[in-house]
Ligand binder design. Sequence first.
Ligand code: PEP
Length: 249
Amino acid sequence: MRRKIIAGNWKMNLTPAEAVSFANGIKNKINTDTADVVLCVPAVSLAPVLEAVAGTHIAVGAQNMHFEDSGAYTGEISAKMLASLGVRYVVIGHSERREYFAETDEGVNKKALKALAEGLVPIICCGETLTQREQGITIDFVRQQVRIAFLEISAADAAKCVVAYEPIWAIGTGKTATAQQAEEVCAAVRQVLAEIYSADTAASIRVQYGGSVNGGNAAELFNMPNIDGGLVGGASLKPEFEQIVKYNG
Ligand code: PEP
């Protein structure tokens, strides 16, 4: 039985002081009994938010990392740096990074390999554009993203990964995929993972849905058989995040 995982992606929001204040405000209201909860915060807020949630079961994640250990990569942060702070998760290949920072599937694969080597759990994002959905190529496109992201990752490491299926047309738009649409693609993600590894390995990898998840739609989405929680953007910065985490309550 896979444990649900609900991650908030704060994107480029909140100063470190505001981040701490928000984390302090929600930390005792978030129920981590039934789901893993991760706050993916801006890099400058990682250390202060880690301190704010110390002693709770809330984990902290980064929103990006570089695939090299160190070197002349001005402005970048390595997986080792993140791990040394106590960060446990890292979002990789978010569609906003693919769109605005030209991230490629190959780069996503390099980052995922490095994250795993440093003991971080990569949350590997995939998902189609509206045009691709309308062209009927969603499943083919997402399968290819997943195949490339997992190149050379061992079965043992793959089992530690989280995949976030996020249709781009649903991110930040208020347009959520229906539970059936989300389930169809999450099931296809699991199917391609079963083809790469085995049914057992695929069954242990958690697949999230992301795209305008809110307090009202979380339960229907997260109760689908192949959806193991969510990557939540806008609503993760609202008190509603508490409701999303206890979606069945
Ligand atoms: C996201 O940032 O990954 C996301 C899904 O955003 P939102 O929930 O706002 O659509």
